[in-house]
Design a protein around this ligand. Structure first.
Ligand code: HEM
Length: 401
């Protein structure tokens, strides 16, 4: 154990506002060996360097210890479904898997989705307009990304409530978990979701169409491009990454604006700032707080030698508020900030978010249209938080229009 202040999400108020605690950790120790067995990197310069260093993301390189135990507890006696997704694979498998889906997510392909995104946003706003006081998460932030990714994949109408509950549990696997009950629940959720994904794939085989899922099934049928288990893993990753993250961008971003009325007014007066506003909101309250890398050899970062087999957390949420990089206004929302797009909310290096252009589009259209349509939009009660360490976001945002 060390006497230095360590990253500790049980400090009071952390889930509502983790940023004051991150600042203390940054000031205490730049690259921290944590008593729970991982390494914690919190400065902007170190996070970007770590993510671009080409380190591994495969659990099999972990040294014996609690982090490897967590990986084993979730995977059980088989490779867990998600461990075959591109997010958890190194090249050359990573390169092969990512190349199968990249063309659907290029700037150009995504720009073509704008009419659909606009229609979905307007449908949500029409419902909100009738409602008086509503929960923005339920009415807009969740339904939009969920509908977009379901449409892109071409999935049949599924049991959304069950899917949402299971995926909310599964994403806890992206955090360091010590509670055996939570680990067991994550494993169960993964088995259940893999089963649901297999059913969806079987349905799509019988009902092919011009969509992403049919294209992936085609790649699998073509032979050596994609195995059956890999197909399940990529579909599950896209489904989860497609909605569990963007919901936080829309809800946390709206909360940040509502709590900074001058910025809200500025965006209303100058709607052309919506694109930059989304970059700033991604920076100010990162929808994904952490990503990770695994060392396969000793790795020196900021004069610390991290040994081989270490699980290294890159704290994106902290890097995005590091005053050493952003200067004295790091904790201020400024939708005109010129270098806001230099945030690390989408990670960096090989695994840089594949859905970044799509997330930006959804954020810009949703937040831009919400703000311009309702001039009296205001919070109407306490925001509650989802209690997640990594995919941290508002669980409910009561607003009146
Ligand atoms: C990877 C964030 C939306 C698909 C990632 C990573 C982050 C991230 C931090 C890991 C990067 C790394 O380790 O270097 C976000 C945020 C989003 C968002 C903040 C919304 C605001 C989306 C959407 C999709 C998506 C909408 C797809 C529909 C992916 C995929 C990967 C990924 C497939 C894995 C890429 C790889 O391993 O090569 N995302 N994401 N994401 N994201 Fe996103």
């Amino acid at each position: 154990m060390t006497d230095t202040l360590v990253f500790n999400p049980t400090v009071e108020g952390f889930f509502g506002d983790p940023y004051a605690h991150y600042r203390e950790v940054r000031d205490a120790e730049r690259v921290q060996e944590h008593p729970l067995g991982f390494w914690f990197v919190s400065h902007y310069a170190d996070v970007t360097q770590l993510l671009r260093a080409g380190l591994s993301v495969e659990d099999r390189h972990l040294a014996e210890g609690p982090l490897l135990d967590q990986a084993r507890a979730i995977a059980g006696d088989r490779a867990g479904a998600l461990s075959l997704s591109m997010l958890d694979r190194d090249p050359p498998d990573h390169t092969r898997l990512r190349s199968l889906v990249t063309k659907v997510f290029t700037q150009r392909a995504v720009a073509a989705l704008e009419p659909m995104v606009t229609r979905l946003v307007d449908e949500s706003l029409d419902r909100i307009a009738d409602g008086g006081s509503v929960d923005l998460v339920e009415e807009l932030a969740f339904p939009l990304p969920f509908a977009v990714i379901s449409t892109m994949l071409g999935t049949p109408p599924t049991d959304h409530v069950r899917l949402r509950e299971l995926s909310g549990t599964l994403v806890r696997s992206l955090e360091v978990v010590t509670d055996p009950e939570v680990l067991a629940a994550i494993r169960e959720a993964e088995v259940a979701l893999s089963g649901m994904t297999r059913e969806i794939i079987a349905w799509k085989r019988a009902n092919p169409a011009d969509d992403l899922l049919t294209a992936l099934i085609q790649a699998e049928q073509d032979g050596d491009k994609l195995s059956d288990d890999e197909l399940v893993a990529q579909v599950l990753l896209l489904y989860i990454a497609g909605h569990e993250t963007t919901v936080n961008l829309i809800s946390n971003g709206t909360v940040a604006l509502l709590r900074n009325p001058a910025q809200l007014e500025l965006l209303r007066a100058r709607p052309e700032l919506a694109g930059n506003a989304v970059e700033e909101l991604l920076r100010y309250d990162s929808p994904v707080q952490q990503t990770r890398r695994i060392t396969t050899a000793p790795h020196v970062l900021a004069d610390r030698e991290i040994p081989a087999g270490a699980f290294v957390i890159a704290c994106l949420g902290s890097a995005n508020r590091d005053e050493r990089y952003w200067g004295p206004t790091a904790d201020t929302v400024d939708i005109e900030r010129a270098d806001a797009h230099r945030h690390v909310s989408f990670g960096a290096g090989h695994h840089h978010c594949l859905g970044a252009a799509l997330a930006r589009l959804e954020g810009r259209v949703a937040i831009g249209r919400l703000v311009s349509r309702f001039p009296s939009l205001a919070l109407d009660g306490e925001v509650t938080w989802n209690g997640r360490l990594n995919l941290r976001g508002a669980a409910s945002v009561p607003v009146r229009v």
